[in-house]
Design a protein around this ligand. Structure first.
Ligand SMILES: [Zn+2]
Ligand SMILES: [Zn+2]
Length: 133
């Protein structure tokens, strides 16, 4: 014998929420990616999946790293490294976040081209100094 819906004491429960395992009537649940959720669990599940999708930090970091190869590397590469490390930290705390490889690539590319830029800047500056002497 199924019990009553958790929201409607007079209505027979036919569904079980995949989140909280409570029983609900047909009208109280929604299907989400093949799972049955009650209203509050649906909101939590949607918020969680949006968090994962909105985690753009690794791609952002890589964009800075790649743009920095072509221009303003002395400014953009440190941003790429900083964003990449921030992303890696967040992934460490929350392993379901995507983009670990992307964030690592951003840090590696950022470091290489930051050094390259510092070296280039050094050459330019010593070159200029030599010219002024
Ligand atoms: Zn639920
Ligand atoms: Zn109900």
């Amino acid at each position: 014998m199924p019990g009553p819906c958790a929201n409607h004491p007079g209505v027979e429960a036919t569904k079980t929420c995949a989140g909280c395992r409570r029983e609900f009537c047909e009208g109280c649940v929604v299907d989400l990616g093949g799972w049955t959720y009650c209203g509050s669990c649906k909101n939590a599940a949607v918020a969680a999946s949006q968090n994962v999708q909105e985690f753009k930090l690794p791609r952002e970091a890589l964009t800075y790293a790649i743009v920095g190869i072509f221009c303003c590397g002395i400014i953009l590469e440190p941003i790429a490294i900083w964003k990449g490390l921030d992303a890696l930290n967040q992934i460490k705390r929350n392993p379901q976040l995507p983009g670990k490889g992307t964030a690592t690539a951003a840090v590696v590319i950022g470091s290489i081209f930051l050094l390259f830029n510092i070296g280039y800047l050094g050459l330019v500056m010593t070159g200029n100094l030599a010219r002024f002497r």
